[in-house]
Design a protein around this ligand. Structure first.
Ligand SMILES: Cc1cc2nc3c(=O)[nH]c(=O)nc-3n(C[C@H](O)[C@H](O)[C@H](O)COP(=O)(O)OP(=O)(O)OC[C@H]3O[C@@H](n4cnc5c(N)ncnc54)[C@H](O)[C@@H]3O)c2cc1C
Length: 99
C-alpha cells in the first residue's frame, strides 16, 4: 500500500546529477554511513560521463598535493571499477605531441 505521508523521504545528502561526480560523491557518502538521495533528470546518466574517451589519465598535475590527489582518484576509480565489474585496462600512455 503506498505511503500517505506527504513529506519527501529525508537523507543526509541530496546529490543532483548521476554522472561520475554525482555517483562518486554518493558512493563516498554511503561508504561513510550516510544516506543519499540521488536526483538524475534522465532515466540514466546522459552527460559527459557516458560520452568521454574513457581514459583515467592523471596528467598535467604539478608535483605535490594535486598529483597525489589525481593518483588517489585513479586508485579509487580502479578499485570501484573492479567492484562494479567494469572493465579497466591498465595500459599506460604515450604523449606524442603537444602542438
Ligand atoms: C568528448 C569528451 C571526452 C572526454 N574524455 C575524458 C577522458 O578520457 N578522461 C577523463 O577523465 N575525462 C574525460 N572527459 C571529461 C569527463 O567526461 C567529465 O569531466 C566528467 O564526465 C564530468 O562528470 P559530471 O558528473 O560532472 O557531469 P556529467 O557526466 O555530465 O553528469 C551530469 C549529470 O547531471 C544530470 N543533471 C544535470 N542537471 C540536472 C538537474 N537539474 N537535475 C537532475 N539531473 C541533472 C545530467 O543529466 C547528467 O547525467 C571527456 C569529456 C568529453 C565531453
Amino acid at each position: 500500500m503506498p505511503s500517505t505521508d506527504p513529506s519527501p523521504p529525508s537523507s543526509d545528502f541530496v546529490i543532483v546529477g548521476g554522472g561520475i561526480l554525482g555517483l562518486a560523491h554518493a558512493v563516498a557518502a554511503l561508504r561513510a554511513g550516510a544516506s543519499v538521495t540521488l536526483l538524475e533528470r534522465h532515466g540514466a546518466a546522459r552527460g559527459a560521463s557516458v560520452r568521454n574517451f574513457g581514459m583515467v589519465w592523471p596528467i598535467g598535475q604539478p608535483d605535490g598535493a594535486r598529483l597525489a590527489e589525481a593518483l588517489r582518484s585513479r586508485e579509487l576509480w580502479s578499485a570501484t571499477a573492479a567492484e562494479a565489474g567494469i572493465a579497466c585496462r591498465q595500459s599506460g600512455s604515450l604523449y606524442l605531441a603537444h602542438a
